[in-house]
Design a protein around this ligand. Structure first.
Ligand SMILES: [Zn+2]
Length: 305
């Protein structure tokens, strides 16, 4: 944990991992408050707001998130399939899993929380203030809601990356390839479709034909250093941070809020329950973020336009 407090720890090389170990340094500080009027005073003065979002935001749009322990695809949890080892050994199974996830988000609509964030960004921009979304979600719902400044630290379901030539491209085809049509059913008794690897999504680049993978960060992989550098800048710049719909157990994202709080910046958590990181924060608002977030980000009486 000490390392995670270290500024150097966020530099290139951090791997995404999940942990339920909740022991952290217990810092003596008052418990977070849920005083919305106090939060609103801070909000009204903030110039640069960083909003860190997690799967809870998308769950309210009906997107299966595979974050809760009982949320399985067939007999596996996300951590069993979203790994480089699983993709290397069972590319067809992993593609079925991601095909299911792609199809599950294609017709989803942004939630009240997505919309509140996007509306706030647009409104504050006219006042010379900024909002950045730093999201762990791999769907596209923040952008669909209208958010412009979005840093997707865990990649995108709707992009592919070639394992041979590295080419990254947006790919919203449904199904992504003929062999996956109708496949990917999540039931516990469904057998693998055992699609031959040459029938899985393949690279269109000239003469490549390499195997494509979802352009997401698997557990155990490092985050994109270019995006992490931008995240680092935003964490230094912000004068208010919201941590929304995340259980704060997936690293390195779980330490972003506490790091910002360690600079003395107010951090407000919006979540269904407390998390291993709640004690680090000044505010905690409990409940569905589609309910708690809109009044928190609504136009303040001090805003003139
Ligand atoms: Zn290629």
């Amino acid at each position: 944990m000490m390392l995670l407090q270290n500024r150097a720890a966020i530099a290139v090389g951090l791997r995404m991992c999940s942990t339920h170990v909740t022991k952290g340094p217990v810092i003596e500080k008052p418990r977070p408050t849920s005083d919305m009027s106090e939060f609103r005073k801070v909000f009204s003065k903030a110039k640069h707001i960083a909003i860190i979002t997690g799967s809870g935001v998308s769950a309210e749009s009906g997107v299966p998130t595979f974050r809760r322990e009982n949320e399985k695809w067939r007999k596996w949890q996300s951590q069993d399939l979203a790994t480089p080892e699983a993709f290397s050994r069972y590319p067809a199974r992993v593609w079925e899993f991601y095909h299911y996830r792609r199809e599950a988000v294609i017709n989803k609509k942004p939630s009240a929380a997505h919309l509140a964030i996007a509306e706030c960004e647009a409104r504050l921009r006219k006042q010379g203030r900024s909002v950045v979304v730093i999201t762990q979600c791999i769907d596209d719902l923040h952008r669909q809601a209208g958010s412009k400044h979005v840093l997707k630290i865990h990649g995108s379901l709707m992009e592919t990356r070639c394992v041979s030539c590295g080419h990254v491209t947006v790919n919203k085809r449904s199904p992504i390839c003929a062999a996956l049509k109708g496949k990917g059913a999540p039931g516990p008794d469904v057998a693998d479709a055992q699609i031959p690897v040459d029938k899985l999504p393949r690279c269109d680049e000239r003469d490549c034909h390499g195997l494509l993978r979802p352009n997401v960060v698997f557990f155990g992989e490092t985050l994109d250093s270019h995006i992490l550098t931008q995240v680092e800048k935003e964490m230094e710049l912000c004068d208010l941070c919201l941590v929304v719909g995340t259980s704060s157990i997936v690293y390195p994202a779980a330490m972003f809020g506490p790091r910002i709080a360690s600079r003395g910046v107010p951090v407000a958590e919006f979540n269904l329950q407390t998390t291993p990181k709640t004690e680090y924060f000044m505010y905690h608002f409990q409940g569905p973020c589609g309910t708690t977030l809109p009044p928190a980000l609504a136009k303040h009486e001090s805003e003139r336009f």
